[in-house]
Design a protein around this ligand. Structure first.
Ligand SMILES: Nc1ncnc2c1ncn2[C@@H]1O[C@H](COP(=O)(O)OP(=O)(O)OP(=O)(O)O)[C@@H](O)[C@H]1O
Length: 486
């Protein structure tokens, strides 16, 4: 502790206040980051984490409070950048129509003059290799052609890269939300190395395990204020959840004894001509596991299109989809929160082809309360919500339908632990009432909640696990071929 106090203050934000209309996003928050430390920043959805990041990064001017970089009070994005502050945003900010190298050029203005393309390429390739050894990203591709996990990896690599000078502070806002466990572990190891060498990291995550294992100090935010700021070793998962204002619930779900009566509600032959076939029965919760990018999302899309023709939409769809990449294919950014929620239920909310606005509002109010969508008004634009709250709306959109099957593509990205617990209970009770859930998740804790699990490898189903067989060890063993293990 005393050693920390003597270290250089890379950034010091004190008494910061930011308001958006009636919403107090920050209400006198303090955050000081020293050289050579990793700070874990946690808090419920809408607590103000991304807002304080935007202040530190210079993108948002606080309405009150003081901000200094290495002791001097200068503001703005260029001041932050000049003081070695870099940020990987929750909603990734790469230009989709440019290549990986061209994006590196935009983020690093120093990459100019003769031969900048090959220098940019080698900068990203080296950094990607350092952070994610063994990755297979082709840096000549444009960002559009990369998966969400690959985009996240590229943005992280570009932010840690240094040309003349290494960054002093890298802010990572939910950097592992789309990464599988292996890639997340590689990133955490790299963060520790960066910090040992004198750099600072501000790590925001809802995955408390990685916060506890990687941070030196943990800062907890609640309703725009810092409510705890202590060395990491003083916290446990339970005390952290409680500091965030949530109640720890035991997640001991009784798995449904699989009653496979009649025909399966969904089935799919072996993919790519090998592996196992997919089948799901009424009331089952089926997990799709395996390393990220091994065909789980494609399988969900095939299952969806098989049941839901995009030529002739039905009045009451029998299948609903929760998209994983919310900004690409989840939210309607110009619409209100309510319209984003009700869009999939308009059939059931209409009489004589007219939407019954009163029923629509009742639907919205019900879900706002049920999964705590934090907004003063459901008529506000969807982009006024924090990332995790936007994700809750996508969840509510699917669950509010009468669809008997719900497909979910890593749907908990950025959702806080309190809401996750609520949603798990909703899923379990809906499954008990006969709804079928097909759930791709990059989090082992969620895969463990499923009745049956299909493990994907190289685009096909490599193994099926049921009940007590669903363990991390078995999932990992099936995720790697014997050749990989050698
Ligand atoms: N542009 C905006 N317009 C209106 N309100 C906003 C805007 N940006 C943020 N807010 C509000 O400020 C509050 C804090 O949001 P912030 O994004 O900082 O939360 P967060 O802690 O990062 O949440 P999450 O874990 O979901 O990412 C929320 O109530 C949010 O709705």
């Amino acid at each position: 502790m005393t050693e920390t106090l003597k270290r250089e203050e890379v950034v010091a934000a004190r008494g910061i206040k930011v308001t958006f209309g009636a919403v107090k996003a920050l209400d006198g928050a303090d955050l000081v980051i020293h050289a050579g430390e990793c700070i874990g920043l946690v808090g419920h959805n809408g607590a103000g984490k991304s807002t304080i990041v935007n202040v530190i990064n210079g993108g948002l001017s606080p309405h009150d409070g003081s901000l200094s970089y290495s002791g001097s009070e200068i503001h703005g994005i260029s001041a932050a950048r000049a003081n070695g502050v870099r940020c990987v945003f929750q909603e990734l900010s790469l230009c989709p129509n440019l290549t990986v190298g061209e994006n590196a050029r935009i983020m690093h203005a120093e990459l100019k003059g003769w031969n900048w393309r090959s220098r940019a390429l080698s900068l990203v390739e080296t950094q990607l290799r350092d952070i994610f050894p063994g990755h297979s990203i082709d840096c000549d591709l444009s960002i559009d052609d990369l998966s969400i996990a690959e985009r996240q990896m590229v943005e992280i690599a570009i932010s840690f890269a240094g040309i003349d000078q290494r960054p002093k502070l890298v802010i990572l806002d939910e950097p592992t939300s789309s990464l599988d466990a292996g890639l997340a572990a590689q990133l955490m190891a790299y963060i520790r190395k960066f910090v040992r060498e004198g750099g600072s990291v501000l790590l925001i995550s809802h995955i408390l395990g990685e916060i506890l294992s990687t941070s030196d100090r943990i800062v907890v935010m609640k309703d725009g204020r810092v409510v705890a700021d202590r060395v990491a070793s003083e916290f446990t998962t339970r005390s952290l959840v409680e500091a965030m204002g949530n109640v720890v619930r035991e997640q001991e779900f009784s798995r449904a004894a699989s009653v496979r009566t009649g025909e399966p509600v969904l089935s799919m032959p072996p993919r790519r001509g090998h592996g196992l076939a997919f089948q799901a029965w009424r009331g089952e919760m089926i997990g799709l596991a395996g390393l990220g990018g091994h065909g789980q999302t494609e399988a969900l899309l095939d299952l969806y299109l098989d049941r839901n023709s995009n030529w002739w939409p039905t009045r009451r769809g029998e299948i609903a989809f929760v998209a994983g990449d919310r900004s690409l294919n989840g939210t309607f950014p110009l619409w209100s929160i309510l319209k984003n929620l009700s869009i999939a239920s308009l059939g059931q909310l209409s009489t004589k082809r007219m939407v019954d606005r009163a029923r629509e509002e009742t639907l919205g109010a019900g879900w706002k309360q049920r999964i705590e969508i934090r907004t003063p008004d459901m008529g506000n634009r969807i982009l006024s919500l924090s990332g995790g709250n936007q994700q809750k709306v996508l969840f509510a959109r699917a669950l509010a339908t009468t669809a008997s099957t719900v497909l979910m593509d890593d749907p908990m990205r950025g959702v806080d632990i309190g809401t996750k617990q609520e949603v798990y209970e909703i899923l379990r009770s809906e499954a008990a009432n006969g709804r079928t859930f097909i759930w791709y998740s990059t989090e082992m804790d969620e895969i463990r909640l499923c009745d049956r699990v299909y493990v994907f490898r190289d685009g096909a189903i490599a193994a099926e696990l049921a009940g007590e067989e669903i363990t991390e060890k078995n999932v990992l063993a099936a995720s790697f071929s014997e050749g990989d293990a050698a």
